[in-house]
Design a protein around this ligand. Structure first.
Ligand SMILES: Nc1ncnc2c1ncn2[C@@H]1O[C@H](COP(=O)(O)OP(=O)(O)OP(=O)(O)O)[C@@H](O)[C@H]1O
Length: 304
């Protein structure tokens, strides 16, 4: 018997007045997987995630999260979710430990408070007032509050914004730990390196449509990761995509009898592939809009 997905979305649509924010998305998130949700500003990511979290109504489509329609999810269902929102939580006059303990008490099966404080790297600050923490430290408190309920499914919305590089690395370890415990994770991020590090699969959304969902190392199709050899010849930059970069370099050396100038071999990163996909989708949408404009009936000017 196959396990049902943690999240199942079919034909999801959301309109705000005339804005078509989400235009028919189909997506599954398997149990225990980490799905990175990527897309430019205004793509429809937050709208989609908020519908999954039960915070926003949908216009059309079928959605099931942990087997429940989020539009009808009760308290017991919500307790199975962990949510780390984009905006930082309030900063009351309580210590880090007190705030995490306060949230833990709201859940039926919470994690150990000190373990959670340690997991987000705040043991040294456990006795400090939350309001006296730095921005990045407060963000870690947000993450602690999102996971202290021992959720089956965690939504992380831009979780490392404002983190220093070291904090970012330790946060990645924390997410890997959650994953090792079997937690399903939906991670929305603009940091493509973060998506590549943590995501099993990535879903790319643009203009409310799902462009592609695939393993992070496969997204963009088989040719997207073909290496690029760059060098300079007679002062002019040259580049060539090839699956055999070593052979190309050997040929260049044989032809000129010397090391090619400014030689580099790069394999396109998830970020390069993503930027290409979004640029193509944006250009296609602009073309569609231009065609639609051409088909508008000509406006007749009325004489004043
Ligand atoms: N409450 C709202 N009322 C009207 N329009 C909205 C509302 N919320 C979002 N939108 C519009 O819906 C579209 C999708 O927005 P959404 O916030 O889902 O995008 P996003 O991918 O999360 O963007 P970002 O990366 O900037 O957070 C945008 O055009 C946005 O302006």
């Amino acid at each position: 018997m196959t396990t049902p997905p943690a999240v199942r979305v079919r034909g999801l649509t959301k309109t705000y007045g005339t804005v078509r924010a989400v235009q028919g998305i189909d997506l599954d998130v398997e149990q225990g997987e980490t799905l990175a949700l990527l897309g430019p500003n205004g793509a429809g990511k937050s709208t989609t995630v908020e519908i999954l979290e039960g915070y926003r109504d949908r216009t059309a489509g079928d959605v099931s999260v942990l087997g429940v329609d989020p539009g009808r999810g009760g308290v017991a269902w919500k307790a199975r979710l962990g949510i780390v929102l984009q905006t930082s939580s309030e900063t009351p006059a309580v210590t880090v430990r007190e705030q995490v303990a306060h949230f833990a008490a709201l859940y039926p099966r919470p994690r150990d408070v000190d373990e959670v404080v340690q997991a987000v790297g705040l043991t040294a600050q456990a006795g400090m007032l939350v309001r006296n923490l730095s921005g990045g430290q407060r963000r870690r408190v947000d993450v602690a509050l999102g996971i202290v309920g021992n959720p089956e499914l965690v939504f992380l919305d831009e979780p490392t914004t404002g983190f220093d590089p070291e904090a970012r690395r330790s946060f990645w370890d924390l997410v890997r730990g959650l994953k090792d415990d079997g937690t399903t994770i939906v991670l929305t991020t603009h940091y493509l390196d973060e998506a590549a590090q943590l995501g099993d699969r990535a879903a790319v959304i643009a203009q409310g449509r799902l462009l592609e969902v695939d393993r992070v190392d496969r997204i963009g199709g088989p040719d997207a990761r073909t290496p690029i050899v760059r060098w300079t010849h007679d002062g002019r930059p040259r580049s060539e995509r090839t699956r055999e970069p070593g052979l190309l370099v050997a040929r260049l050396v044989a032809e000129t009898g010397r090391e090619p100038d400014d030689l580099e071999i790069v394999r396109p990163s998830l970020e390069d592939v993503y930027l290409d996909m979004v640029a193509t989708a944006t250009a296609a949408a602009a073309d569609d809009a231009a065609v639609a404009d051409d088909h508008q009936p000509a406006r007749t000017e009325t004489a004043a």
